[in-house]
Design a protein around this ligand. Structure first.
Ligand code: SAM
Length: 322
């Protein structure tokens, strides 16, 4: 097992199935142009083999399928069927939910029981301004169907000053009423925001401010969370839970166990680092050739993790998945 000086190892893998997305969220892409699939994206079979090899070489136990938007990818079917046979402890998906109704039968068929759906507002006008794609009512319908099918759903919201701060409490109320756990994600200095400190600071909303906003409407107490969890969890007694991924306010690098594989075959050991390691060519090689080479690259990828805090990176979240 590859372990670093802080005792960290890779346990959770995120695979970005495609860089393509049907949204162009303001904080994720700067110019409003939706990202399309890269020319050199790997096939579903290569990515499934990548997951299998990384389970062996790095000790990966849990998988999250992300993107881009994973549900737009023509590879989704073959990929989720393929990884469902690998014996992972858990497979989850992060999606914007726009195609959830359509893809729900496939996800259920592959044994996927956990979803994170990104939703920054319940206001249709603000939704159009922030996501610059998709339709709010379609997402809400998909969420209702996922709930009715018994899936465990978390919602991800990035609070942004001037755009959706008035939605913090309505989104929490919606989640509490529907049995979803809301995750607030502090804005990260990624992509264009890494070059625009003013833009970042103008929009950034931190943990303390969020808790104050919530505390005006709901009593809450801190709740327990797994050791390597990125979110600080809170309970609204008798009603449910919410969490805050407070990468700026309370950095969690010391316990980070995440590894990312991009749709074009690059390993990323840290969201905040621009370093990446190409493994696309190894994934078509037989196991005995691929594993030793992968292990060497994993040592470098683990060394890319920050010691304490996320410092920001030019990598766009959509390329390597959230
Ligand atoms: N398309 C899928 C979705 O919308 O969930 C998966 C990919 S998306 C990049 C994953 C998550 O990253 C979303 O919840 C999105 O809000 C978040 N995200 C993107 N850029 C971010 C940034 N600069 N700071 C914080 N969160 C970000």
């Amino acid at each position: 097992m590859i372990v670093d000086r802080q005792g960290r190892r890779f346990r959770n893998l995120r695979v970005s199935l495609t860089a393509a997305c049907n949204y162009a969220c303001t904080y994720c892409v700067p110019d409003g142009k939706r990202l399309v699939a890269a020319q050199d994206e790997l096939s579903a079979d290569s990515l499934v083999r990548g997951v299998a090899y990384l389970m062996e070489a790095a000790g990966i136990e849990r998988l999250r399928v992300t993107g881009g938007e994973p549900l737009v990818s023509p590879k989704l079917d073959v990929f989720v069927h393929g990884v469902s046979r690998l014996g992972l402890q858990d497979i989850a998906i992060t999606t914007n939910g726009q195609l959830l109704s359509k893809k729900l039968p496939l996800l259920l068929d592959c044994g996927i029981r956990r979803l994170n759906v990104s939703l920054d507002t319940l206001d249709a006008g603000a939704f159009r301004r922030i996501a610059r794609g998709g339709d709010l009512a379609t997402v809400l319908k998909g969420l209702d169907e996922a709930r009715a099918a018994g899936l465990k759903v978390k919602l991800n919201m990035v609070p942004l000053r001037g755009q959706n701060l008035d939605q913090v409490v309505p989104l929490l109320d919606y989640c509490l009423a529907h049995g979803f756990e809301l995750r607030f994600i502090e804005l990260m200095r990624m992509g264009h925001l890494a070059h625009d400190p003013n833009g970042f600071h103008q929009q950034f909303v931190g943990l303390q401010e969020l808790l104050e906003l919530i505390g005006e409407q709901h009593p809450y107490v801190q709740a327990s969370a797994p050791v390597d969890a990125t979110a600080i969890r809170y309970e609204v007694p008798g009603q449910g839970y919410f969490g805050v991924i407070a990468n700026e306010s309370v950095p969690f690098c010391r316990t980070c166990s995440r590894l990312r594989l991009s749709s074009t075959g690059w390993l990323h050991g840290c969201l905040s680092s621009s370093n990446r390691h190409y493994v696309g060519d190894l994934l078509d090689k037989p196991r005995h050739q691929a594993l030793p080479a992968l292990q060497r690259l994993l040592v470098s990828a683990l060394a890319d993790k920050q010691e304490v805090a996320f410092s920001g990176g030019v990598t766009i979240m959509k390329i390597i998945g959230g």
